[in-house]
Design a protein around this ligand. Structure first.
Ligand SMILES: [Zn+2]
Ligand SMILES: [Zn+2]
Length: 139
């Protein structure tokens, strides 16, 4: 598979037992449908740094793209990646294939998604504490 961003060959990496395809040239990562959701549920800290430590940044054969982002899985015209917003609290812009629903995350976007998830959990616990306080008031 080739990187939709820079055309380099994608390398297979593993994160929490999920097989992903990473571009060592531009540090983007390809997720098949549903994999982003699975990763987000895991208690990860800076997953991009984990991958970097484990796999390093080997040199890769660089390639070319045709000026638009093409899904690495789908060869057809339908495999163009389109902008999609992924969010719990802060929207993170990602590129998604309409055909296979895979998602391309640029460098830094995976960390943003994990951070976003953490923020949501924090605000949930704030609300919970608030309700506990209110509950005590009305006793
Ligand atoms: Zn790339
Ligand atoms: Zn696709």
């Amino acid at each position: 598979m080739k990187c939709p961003k820079c055309g380099s060959a994608l390398a297979t990496v593993r994160l929490e037992n999920i097989q992903l395809d990473k571009c060592h040239q531009c540090d983007g990562i390809w997720f098949d449908a549903g994999e982003v959701e699975t990763i987000r549920k895991k208690p990860l800290q800076d997953p991009e740094e984990i991958l970097e430590m484990e796999y390093g940044s080997p040199s890769v054969h660089s390639g070319q793209t045709d000026g638009y982002m093409q899904c690495p899985r789908c060869e057809s015209d339908q495999g163009r990646l389109i902008q999609h917003y992924f969010s719990y609290s802060t929207p993170v812009r990602v590129d998604r294939c309409q055909s296979c629903l895979g998602i391309w995350l640029d460098d830094g976007e995976l960390n943003s998604l994990i951070e976003d998830r953490k923020q949501l959990q924090q605000s949930e616990s704030v609300v919970q504490r608030l309700f506990q306080k209110l509950g005590r008031l009305f006793k």
